[in-house]
Structures are given as C-alpha cells and as structure tokens.
Ligand binder design. Structure first.
Ligand SMILES: *Cc1c(COP(=O)(O)O)cnc(C)c1O
Length: 404
C-alpha cells in the first residue's frame, strides 16, 4: 500500500471518479517527484537551466522560467482545477484577489467596450472599473443584483462582459447567474464571477454558465488570515485570453504564499463545513434576538435569495450580515467595543470570528441601500458557538445600555 501510494500520481488517475472532498486531498500530489514527501517543496526560483544548447533553442523542459510556473505552483493549479470541475480549462495564480479581478477584466476587455457590473460587487472592483478601466476607454454600468434575465435591456452593442458576485459580500443578495449567463452568451459577452463567498466547493460557477471564476484565496482557500492570494479559473472559451493577459501583465504569486494556499486548500472541506454549520446556527440565534431586525443569509429559509441559493449552491460559508433595530452609532460602537471574540477588521475566511459595521449607501448606483437600521457583517470562525453567543450577549447588553 505504501509502495503503491509512493508511485501514485493521483491527478493522472482518471479511471477512478473521486468525490471533491477526496480530490482536495489527492489532487496535485506527485509523490515520486516529491521524493516521497507528502507535500511539494517551496520552490524559490527565477532561472531554470537547460542541459544542452539544443534544449535551450527548442525551449524544451518542464519549466522555463519562475514567473511561468514551478513545481509548487503546478501542484496548487492541479488541485484548484480538480476543485473547479471538468469545465475548467486552466487556473492562473495572482498575488491578491483584487489582482485576480483586474487581470480577468483586462484579459477580456478592450478600449471602446462596455461592461456590466452588479451593484453589490466588492467595492475595489467598482473602483477599478470607475478608475483605471474608464481611463482605458471602457465604460461600466451597474445593475440590480436581482435583475435576472431583465439584464437584457441593459445590453449595448459593445457590451463585452458581465461581472456577478453571489451573494454580495456585504448585503448578501442572490443573483440568478444562469439566467444572466444565458442572456450574456446570446449577446456574445463573457461572464465573470467573484466566487469568493462559496468557493468552488459550494458553488461550481463554471458549471453555471460562468466563463471566468475568480476567488480571493486570501479568504477561505488560505483560511488562516496569513496570506494575500487570488485565483482565476476559466473555461475553454476564456482561458486563452486569461493565459495571454497573465503573461503580458507578469502576474504571478510568491512561493511561500503558493505553498500556504495549497496547504489551506487541503483542509477546505472540513473548515467550510464548520463555518457553514456554525454560521447558520448563529444566524438562526440572531434572528430571534430582539435587537436584530433582519439577518441577511441566503441559506436561511426566510431569506429572499433562498430559492436561488438552494438551486445553484451546495453549501454556505460563515459570512453573513445583520441589520440592527434603529439605534445611535454609539450603541453599535458599544457592542463592538464589548465583544472580545469578534475582532474588528476587514477581510474574512480565516479561523477567527469578525464583526464589522458597513453602509453601502454612498457607493451604490443602480439600487438604493436602505436597510432601516445599522448593519453589521459577521464572520463566524471556528470558536465554540456557545462562546460566540455569550460574547454577543454581552455586546447586546452594552448596545441596549447605550440605546436607552
Ligand atoms: C477580499 C475580497 C476580494 C479581494 O481580495 P484581496 O485578496 O483582499 O485582494 C475580492 N472579492 C471579495 C468578495 C472579497 O471579499
């Protein structure tokens, strides 16, 4: 058995259809090439030497230059490809989630194009579209994330791509991605999805009509709040453009971060399962609290986006929002200053719980953000939910004391 596994290159074994949880453990492992070690080495490298002049002239060799790939990046790319499923034609690695988004957009757009972006998109995505893309001659219009097939009316003759993000990472609306993809493809446009919330484990976006699926791997893939990382996965239609842009822009990721992303990926299934269960338990508990007006979580049966979530997703992560009953800012601040297990900080997807106030009013343009009370985004980490509830209970006491 040991001998067998030593020589086994799991990713080359096509006769055994393995379930995704298993592939997360086995994909990208070339045990023999790793001299028996379970994990690939962290290859730090720029120059790759060619043994002969003939090899050099022919660019013959498994690797050619550090920027174009190493044994470490190849292992991660193979594992991510297995996670994305058969529709994935290639995965590019980027130094951050924002770099993944900007690279994907630059890959498919040109001067004179029009771009459609959902109004709940990650804010730096909007800033990229309204700033650099605009300067390069691309115009962007924003659309209501609930628009569905009605997006047809917003298409212009030069609309080249549509950006979706489901659910939005603050407001958690669910977009009907297959309906939008059907319209986009009929118009010859590509669909780009920011799939950071669910990851491909719970949302196979490339199977849902998406052409390019990006992830801020900084979040759940890394999983430990210790790296900045992005991934760009594309189907056969979009991969040549992505590959070309990655080369032209010189996008690549550092070896330590590549290694940590792969290490995080190996435990994604168990972590996400816990985030999902704990997140839902906390969401249900919060929906019963007198201080909470609404919980924004698509996996709750009462959520307006639940039907789409149930149809298109196989799970939920640990990030959702709550809308508090109307209260002065000092009451919200008292809550945030009282809780100890919920850290105040941006980002999410690590092992730790977080709470952050947010207000989308100033940057929404196609829809109005008017939840009726202060909004908080929560990330439910891997702590005991009993401890998290007790922590929030103390926070709510401080909130109530500051309200009266
Ligand atoms: C964090 C995040 C990003 C950007 O990722 P970085 O690695 O921080 O650049 C993109 N999209 C979503 C939804 C995110 O939450």
């Amino acid at each position: 058995m040991l001998f067998w596994s030593y020589h086994m290159n799991f990713s080359d074994d096509d006769d055994l259809p393995l379930r995704t949880d298993t592939q997360l453990v086995t994909a990208g492992r070339d045990t023999a090439a790793q001299k028996g070690f379970v994990n690939p080495p962290v290859v730090r490298g720029s120059t790759v030497l060619y043994p002969t002049a003939a090899d050099l002239h022919a660019h013959r060799g498994e690797f050619s230059y550090g920027r174009h790939g190493t044994p470490t990046t190849r292992a991660l790319q193979q594992a991510l490809r297995a996670l994305e499923g058969d529709a994935c034609a290639g995965v590019a690695l980027a130094p951050s989630g924002v770099a993944a988004i900007s690279t994907a957009l630059l890959a498919v757009l040109k001067s004179g194009d029009h771009l459609l972006v959902c109004d709940n998109a990650y804010r730096p995505t909007r800033l990229f579209c309204d700033g650099l893309l605009k300067r390069y001659g691309v115009t962007t219009s924003y659309f209501d994330p609930l628009i569905g097939a009605g997006i047809e009316a917003l298409f212009q003759p030069n609309t080249a791509a549509v950006v979706v993000e489901a659910p939005g990472s603050q407001s958690f609306e669910m977009t009907d991605i297959p309906a939008i993809a059907a319209v986009a493809h009929a118009r010859g446009a590509l669909v780009i999805d920011d799939n950071t919330w669910a990851t491909p484990l719970y949302h196979r976006s490339l199977d849902q009509g998406v052409d390019i699926s990006i992830q801020a791997a900084t979040k759940y893939i890394g999983g430990h709040s210790d790296i900045m990382f992005g991934t760009i996965s594309a189907n056969a239609r979009a991969w040549p453009q992505v590959e070309d842009a990655v080369r032209a822009l010189g996008v690549c990721a550092g070896p330590d971060d590549v290694f940590l992303a792969l290490r995080g990926l190996r435990t994604l299934a168990v972590r996400l399962k816990h985030h999902q269960e704990a997140g839902l338990e906390m969401a249900r508990w919060l929906s019963q609290r007198p201080e909470v007006a609404r919980v924004l979580h698509p996996a709750l049966e009462t959520d307006p986006g639940h039907a789409i979530w149930k149809r298109d997703f196989t799970g939920a992560s640990g990030l959702f929002s709550i809308v508090l009953k109307p209260a002065p800012q000092k009451a919200v601040d008292a809550l945030l200053d009282t809780v100890k297990l919920f850290g105040m900080g941006y980002s999410w997807g690590g092992f730790e719980s977080l709470a952050i106030p947010f207000d989308c009013t100033s940057y929404r343009s196609a829809t109005k953000w008017n939840p009726g009370g202060p909004a908080l985004r929560l990330h439910i980490g891997l702590e005991s939910v009993d401890d998290l509830k007790a922590d929030l209970e103390r926070g709510f006491s401080a909130f109530n004391a500051a309200t009266s």
